[in-house]
Design a protein around this ligand. Structure first.
Ligand SMILES: O=C(O)CCC(=O)C(=O)O
Ligand SMILES: [Mn+2]
Length: 565
C-alpha cells in the first residue's frame, strides 16, 4: 500500500474505532482489526481467467484490451472532517444547502419532500433531491470526479439524515398489509461458509414466517419497495427525472452477525443508504478493463476470486456509500448490530453502446434501402478465406475483404437516424418510469380533483370550463414525449404506468395532425403555464379539444383550479 492511498480518519472517528474494536473482536466471524478502518488497498493483483482466444480473433482487426483497469482511488468524505472534504470539494464549491440553516444535518425527509413539492420546475426538484442524497458533495463535482469512476463514502454522523425513507417497522407493516410474495417481492437469503442460498418458500410472505427466517439468521431483500412505500415511490419518481434513466430500489434487512449475499458486482450505479444499525462493507475495484462498467451483473464470486478490498468501511445510519457498476462488493453485519439499508440504483443499460444498439440496426436498414453498395452480393468464395477456422491462414483476399467491410461501416454512419434512436431510448425510459406522485397542488388542479359524474345512480353532465385564458402546463417535465410511428405522431407518457416494473405496456395515444404543433409548444413551454388561447392551432375549438383531452388523461394541470358545471 502506498502512503498516498491511506485516507486518515477524523479524530472523532479514531475514538469511535477504539471503542468499538474490542466489541467487534468478540465476534467470531469478523476481522476486528480491518472492520473499522477506512483503508484503500490498490496494490493487490487478482487473477482473472484467461479470455477465450477465439473471441478476440472474431473482431474485425480490432484488438481488445484486457489490461488491468486504472487505479481507482475511492472518495471518503467525513462531513465533520474538513481535510477529507477537500478530497472532493473545491473551496469555492462550498455547501449549497436546500434550505437555510444548519447544513450538515439535512431536513427530515418529509419536510424536504414538502418543500420540494413547492419547487415549480420538476427537473429542478429532481436535482435538489439528488443534491440532498449526496450532500454535502456538490452535484458538479460528483458527476465530474466520482460518477462511473470510483466509490465514495459520505460519513454523516447523523443517524436521522435519511429518516423517513424506510424502516423495519414499515417493512413489518408492508408484510402485514400488502400482498408480498416470496420470490417475487421478497427473497430470503443466507451466505454461510462461502455458500449462498435462497430459502424462499412458495406463496405469500406473511410476517410470522418472515420474521422466523430472520430470527434464524436469514437476510431479507424486498425487491420493489416503491410498490409498497409511497415515500420510496415518491423519491424514486423524482430522482428518475434527474437521471433520465429508471431509478430502482431494493431494501436489505440483515440480522446481527450474518451475511446474506456473496460478493458480486451489479450492472447499475448503486447508492447504498444506511437506514438502521450498521453494516461492514468491502468494495473491490473491477478486476480487469472488461469488468469496468459492465453491461450485466456478475455471478456470485468466491473470496479467492476477488482479491483485497479497495475500500472497507462500517456504514452507520445516515451514511451513504456509492459505487459504480462493476465494483465488487459484499456487506456483513457486525455481531452486535442488525442492518437495514436501501440501495437506490440507476443507469442500467443506459450507455452509449445501448444507444448504438438501437442506432446501428436502424442505420443498416436505411443504408440497405438507399445504397446499392449495401445490397451488392458477398464474394463467391469469401467463406473459404474468412471466418474463425481461417483466422491463421495467409490470404491476400482477406485484406481486401476487410477493407471493403470497413468502408461500408464508415458509410453506415451517414445513414444513422440519431433522433429516431434517441426516441427509442426515450420510449424505453418512459415505459420504465414510475408514475408521478402528485403534490397536493397538482392534485387540486388536475383531473384527480374533478367533481364526480355520478349521483344517486344517475350520470350527471359535468363540463370543465376551458377558456382561452385558462392556463395549463404538463404535470411534470418528463412525463410525456412526442414520438413518430410512420406518418402518425403519438404522445407516449408515464402517468398510467404501474408502481410495479413493466406491469403495464407503454402508454401512448395518437396526436391528431391539427394538434401536433400545439403539443410540441406545450412540451417546450414547461415549466411555464401557457394559456389555451396561445396554443398554435387553427381554431379555439381545436385548442380546447386538445386541452380537454390532456386534462382528462391526467397529463396537464391548470394554474388555477378549473370551474365545472
Ligand atoms: O447487503 C448485502 O449483503 C448485499 C447488498 C447488495 O448487494 C446491494 O445493495 O447491492
Ligand atoms: Mn449488490
Amino acid at each position: 500500500m502506498s502512503r498516498n492511498d491511506v485516507i486518515t480518519t477524523s479524530p472523532e472517528c479514531r475514538d469511535w474505532m477504539t471503542l468499538h474494536t474490542a466489541a467487534a473482536m468478540e465476534g467470531a466471524r469478523v476481522s476486528a482489526f480491518s472492520m473499522y478502518q477506512y483503508v484503500e488497498k490498490n496494490t493487490h493483483t487478482t487473477q482473472v481467467p484467461a479470455k477465450n482466444k477465439k473471441r478476440k480473433e472474431n473482431a474485425v482487426q480490432l484488438s481488445k484490451s484486457s489490461k488491468k483497469p486504472k487505479r481507482r482511488r475511492s472518495c471518503v468524505l467525513d462531513v465533520k472532517d474538513s481535510k477529507e472534504e477537500e478530497i472532493v470539494m473545491k473551496p469555492n464549491e462550498a455547501e449549497r444547502p436546500l434550505r437555510s440553516g444548519r447544513q450538515v444535518e439535512g431536513p427530515a425527509l418529509h419536510t424536504l419532500l414538502t418543500d420540494l413539492a413547492k419547487v415549480h420546475n420538476s427537473r429542478e426538484r429532481a436535482g435538489k433531491l439528488f443534491e440532498w442524497l449526496i450532500h454535502p458533495v456538490p452535484l458538479q463535482s460528483f458527476f465530474r470526479d466520482i460518477w462511473e469512476k470510483k466509490p465514495a463514502l459520505i460519513r454523516r454522523h447523523n443517524p436521522e439524515y435519511y429518516k423517513g425513507l424506510f424502516s423495519t417497522a414499515e417493512f413489518d407493516r408492508i408484510l402485514r398489509d400488502d400482498d408480498v410474495q416470496f420470490g417475487v417481492n421478497l427473497d430470503v437469503t443466507s451466505y454461510r461458509n462461502g455458500k449462498r442460498e435462497t430459502h424462499n418458500p412458495p406463496g405469500r410472505a406473511l410476517p410470522f414466517t418472515v420474521w422466523d427466517f430472520y430470527k434464524n439468521g436469514c437476510s431479507l431483500r424486498l425487491l420493489n419497495p416503491q410498490a409498497f412505500s409511497i415515500t420510496v415511490w415518491n423519491v424514486l419518481s423524482i430522482l428518475q427525472e434527474h437521471f433520465g434513466s429508471m431509478a430502482g430500489a431494493n431494501v436489505y434487512l440483515t440480522p446481527a452477525g450474518t451475511q446474506g449475499f456473496a460478493p458480486h458486482y451489479d450492472d447499475i450505479e448503486a447508492f447504498i443508504i444506511q437506514l438502521e444499525g450498521r453494516k461492514h462493507w468491502r468494495v473491490y475495484n473491477p478486476r480487469s478493463e472488461d469488468e469496468v462498467l459492465p453491461v450485466a451483473s456478475s455471478p456470485n464470486f468466491s473470496q479467492s476470486e476477488i482479491g483485497e478490498p479497495s475500500l472497507e468501511v462500517v456504514l452507520e445510519a445516515g451514511d451513504l456509500l456509492y459505487f459504480p457498476r462493476g465494483f465488487i462488493h459484499q456487506g456483513d453485519c457486525l455481531p452486535d448490530a442488525h442492518s437495514l439499508h436501501i440501495t437506490i440504483s440507476s443507469y442500467q443499460k443506459n450507455s452509449w453502446g445501448d444507444l448504438l444498439q438501437k442506432l446501428v440496426p436502424a442505420a443498416l436498414e436505411m443504408a440497405m434501402e438507399e445504397d446499392i453498395e449495401f445490397r451488392q452480393g458477398l464474394p463467391l468464395d469469401y467463406l473459404t478465406y474468412m471466418g474463425v477456422q481461417n483466422s491463421d491462414k495467409e490470404d491476400s483476399r482477406k485484406a481486401q475483404f476487410t477493407e471493403h467491410l470497413l468502408s461500408l461501416m464508415k458509410k453506415l454512419a451517414k445513414y444513422a437516424p440519431v433522433d429516431a434512436a434517441v426516441d427509442q431510448k426515450a420510449k424505453e425510459f418512459l415505459h420504465d418510469c414510475l408514475p408521478p406522485v402528485l403534490t397536493p397542488e397538482e392534485q387540486a388542479s388536475s383531473v384527480y380533483s374533478a367533481p364526480t359524474r355520478i349521483e344517486d345512480g344517475k350520470a350527471r353532465d359535468v363540463t370543465a370550463h376551458i377558456k382561452p385564458e385558462t392556463k395549463i402546463r404538463l404535470l411534470r417535465d418528463g412525463i410525456a414525449r412526442l414520438c413518430s410511428e410512420g406518418d402518425a405522431v403519438f404522445l407516449c407518457h408515464t402517468v398510467d404506468n404501474s408502481r410495479v416494473y413493466h406491469k403495464e405496456e407503454l402508454k401512448s395515444f395518437e396526436v391528431l395532425p391539427e394538434h401536433t404543433d400545439a403539443m410540441e409548444f406545450l412540451i417546450h413551454s414547461y415549466p411555464d403555464f401557457v394559456s389555451v388561447g396561445s396554443l398554435p392551432c387553427d381554431s379555439f375549438k381545436e385548442k380546447a379539444s386538445l386541452a380537454e383531452l390532456l386534462f382528462e388523461r391526467g397529463l396537464i394541470h391548470t394554474c388555477e383550479p378549473l370551474l365545472f358545471s
